[in-house]
Design a protein around this ligand. Structure first.
Ligand SMILES: [Zn+2]
Length: 276
């Protein structure tokens, strides 16, 4: 049977709440929200609304910011507004996406996260302040157009949303912009963050080194894809030559996540200057 799980992690000044809907004890996909000095970073998936509402009251959430509009990150914005009178902040390009969410997402998304209600949010400025901290808002598109990361220069902390996830990705979402992602990773690596607060993995040490690993991995993957493409291999064949197996996720998401999406993203026609 299904159940909703929230697992708390205490990192001192930062707290992380990892959450998922489970089926027969199996979590489809773990996601999470951070809480720092009254600020909630992301609001979690809509199918955990009841648990998130209780959590927000217990924590005394005073403001909320969204790393990007995906429903596992902005899914309870409506609830924050209606029950706690908080208008979440989002990148200006995300405000509209949160106000007009997809009405019929893929089955795996409905099962894993539920369907979000339309919600109002307000556009972010360049900095975000809490009583004790100042966080710089960095627009880091790629995973989604409206993706932001939050940078605390005095601490070397980066709230990285879904920019990091893993040093070696095995599959890509169909709607990700790989060239924007490479550009975002390159800019963030230069800041030399010590610690990442990843929305799915929790606190990650050696932030700059791991982000650089991811950047190098994707750059090499792109070179390989372009090389195989020049040799005349079709998309499907190129995907087969890429490392790792995407089988489980490709089947579970009906191809919304796949290795083939890497091939499509790197070979997408458009701005030739972005090509490798
Ligand atoms: Zn996402």
């Amino acid at each position: 049977m299904s159940g909703d799980v929230i697992v708390p992690f205490d990192y001192g000044e930062v707290r992380f709440f990892r959450m998922a809907r489970t089926y027969f004890g199996w979590a489809g996909y773990w996601t999470g929200v951070y809480f720092v000095d009254g600020l909630l970073i992301d609001s979690g998936p809509p199918n955990l609304a009841r648990e998130v509402a209780t959590l927000c009251r217990e924590l005394g959430v005073r403001q909320c910011v969204t790393t990007h509009h995906h429903e596992d990150h902005s899914g309870n914005h409506r609830l924050l507004r209606e029950q706690l009178h908080i208008t979440p902040l989002a990148h200006s390009s995300g405000v509209k996406l949160i106000a007009q969410p997809e009405t019929d997402p893929q089955l795996y998304r409905r099962m894993t996260w539920g369907v979000p209600e339309a919600a109002e949010s307000a556009p972010l400025g360049e900095w975000l302040e809490t009583p004790r901290f100042r966080l710089q808002v960095l627009h880091t598109p790629g995973h989604s157009e409206d993706h932001i990361s939050l940078w605390m220069p005095d601490r070397g902390w980066l709230f990285s949303g879904d920019l990091y996830l893993a040093p070696k990705l095995k599959y890509l979402r169909a709607d990700e912009d790989i060239y924007a992602m490479l550009d975002s990773l390159g800019r963030v690596v230069k800041l030399e963050p010590q610690v990442l607060f990843c929305q799915h993995r929790g606190r990650v040490e050696n932030g700059a080194r791991l982000l650089r690993h991811k950047l190098d991995f994707l750059t090499e993957l792109g070179e390989r894809i372009h090389d195989l493409n020049r040799r005349g291999l079709p998309e499907k064949e190129i995907a087969r030559h890429l490392p790792g197996s995407d089988l489980l996720w490709r089947l579970w998401t009906s191809g919304h996540f796949s290795k083939r999406n890497f091939v499509r993203a790197f070979l997408r026609p458009g701005d030739e200057s972005r090509r490798m």
